[in-house]
Design a protein around this ligand. Structure first.
Ligand SMILES: C[S@@+](CC[C@H](N)C(=O)[O-])C[C@H]1O[C@@H](n2cnc3c(N)ncnc32)[C@H](O)[C@@H]1O
Length: 256
């Protein structure tokens, strides 16, 4: 009987922000060729149907499931590549945007296992886009800054103090539990009218968007029962979310 030759390989694939169609063609091809898929909680599980015969391992954090440490995930990737061949490590959004993708590839490299990166569409731009918020706009914001709300010890990221002084757009990931504190920093720094948007389950059928200002956004998010995962967008571009492209065009001419 001939034995299958195992050729270990790891492909780090960004699954996109949620909508199953917001993954790259290259990502789908990698999934189709996978022997094993290790996937996270924010990955749309419908993507797994592209690999009917692959072994699937859920390694995300979800109630009722074992929570794997980063070290255990690293071991699982390597162990499965050595035993089964092509491992696809499937992560929400883009694996290099708050995704620990680089750390995982660094571990894989220690075992001389070849690896490949397939970038994904990050929620940091796609989720605002589908709430009709461009992260930059010629007249309103010439930069955007993506930040995780917390440091690894759970405390609020100290950079909000300086970000609150900027005119550029601030996009906050993992920030819902810190929304009140973030809004308070803007108020304290005299930016109480800064537009805020909170968008949950972006790109999915249950997407919900709440817009307001630093003064009322926390109360509005509570009132509308906004839940994780959510992206917070801060800055003048948020004011475009309720406008049609026609009126935005008009507005742009007006500003010129
Ligand atoms: C650990 S980070 C991973 C980000 C991911 N690598 C990316 O590029 O989108 C998880 C955070 O991304 C944001 N997020 C991801 N998918 C989202 C979605 N569909 N709707 C709203 N926020 C989302 C939330 O802020 C969530 O807490």
């Amino acid at each position: 009987m001939s034995q299958k030759i195992i050729s270990p390989k790891v492909t780090l694939v960004g699954a996109g922000p949620g909508d199953i169609e917001l993954i790259t063609l290259k990502g789908i091809k990698a999934i189709e060729q996978a022997d094993v898929i290790l996937y996270d909680a924010l990955v749309n599980e419908a993507l797994l149907e592209y690999a009917p015969n692959a072994k699937k391992i859920f390694v995300g954090k979800r109630r009722g499931y074992k929570a794997y440490s980063q070290e255990e995930i690293n071991h699982l990737i390597v162990e499965n590549a050595l035993n089964y061949g092509h491992v696809v490590r499937l992560k929400g959004g883009d694996s290099f945007v708050f995704g620990r993708g680089f750390e995982e590839l660094a571990y894989v490299e220690l075992f001389n296992i070849p690896s490949e990166i397939v970038p994904g569409i990050s929620s940091s731009i796609a989720v605002p886009a589908l709430a009709n918020i461009p992260v930059t706009h010629r007249n309103l914001s010439q930069s955007f800054h993506v930040i995780s709300a917390t440091l690894s010890d759970g405390s609020l990221h100290p950079d909000f103090e300086s970000l609150s002084q900027l005119n550029g757009t601030v996009v906050v990931l993992m920030g819902l539990s810190k929304l009140r504190e973030i809004a308070q920093i803007y108020e304290k720094n005299g930016r109480g009218n800064t537009p805020f948007a909170v968008i949950s389950n972006g790109t999915l059928p249950n997407q919900k968007t709440v817009t307001g200002t630093s003064e009322n956004i926390f109360d509005l998010a509570v009132k509308h029962k906004i839940q994780s995962p959510a992206v917070i967008v801060i800055g003048e571009v948020v004011s475009l979310s309720n406008q049609t492209y026609q009126s935005i065009h008009f507005y742009q001419n007006f500003l010129n």
